[in-house]
Design a protein around this ligand. Sequence first.
Ligand code: SF4
Ligand code: SF4
Length: 260
Amino acid sequence: MLDSLKGFGVTFHEMFRKVDTVQYPEGKRPPAPRFHGRHQLNRWPDGLEKCIGCELCAWACPADAIYVEGADNTEDGRYSPGERYGHVYQINYLRCILCGLCVEACPTRALTMTGEYELADDNRETLIWTKEQLLAPLEQGMEAPPHPMRLGSDEKDYYDLGSAGVVGRATGDAADDAGHAADDAGHAADHTGRAADDTGHAADDAASSRRDSGASQESGQGKQSGQGKQSGQGKQSGQGKQSGRGKQSGRGSMQREGAT
Ligand code: SF4
Ligand code: SF4
């Protein structure tokens, strides 16, 4: 009997509790400030695109969801400050896990994430978002590219503006910038640590080269230590990545067909 009353007590307690249901999609709750929603390709305050078509975001993506094709700016057709711009840019939201690694990899802060999470659709093709869909809208004072550089004579002038925080406020991503400033401080600390590591490795290398030269003097195998340096070419993983790029272009054609 007592147990039954206890059970009803729980039921009545829950019946009169304030309901926490959100009537989605009519009602929506704002996401957390650093929520990872869909991406946005940002612009400089004069409307030029920040993306330089470097593909670093595509390389950083663990889900193989980004496809980028860069192209050269010309004086008649300038889309970004500097030499290159992102000619084709696609994100496949069937693959994307919204992890944000691409944002971390972007050297120009061209790529950020918004709070938009409504990415469902009823066909696969429309979930491959194109550059036109991802580009930030033109704000007041911005001019649609292509047009000449308005904020300086070269790309360095633009990046100086960005590092001074001017661009973040102008494009409305000041909050993002604050977050990234914290990240950057973390990265700077990492770099300091790595620099210390490198110094240690340099000392190790010097010691081992002294040992190697001693050994070569003793055994006459000096050429062997030269081959040891050859193994340093293993670090030229860029060559390995180059071959990976072939795969990228294959992926791009798949995406254009909407097959992934
Ligand atoms: S958020 Fe993650 S999965 Fe999505 S495109 Fe960027 S790196 Fe790839
Ligand atoms: S979004 Fe950033 S990382 Fe990706 S291609 Fe453009 S500039 Fe490079």
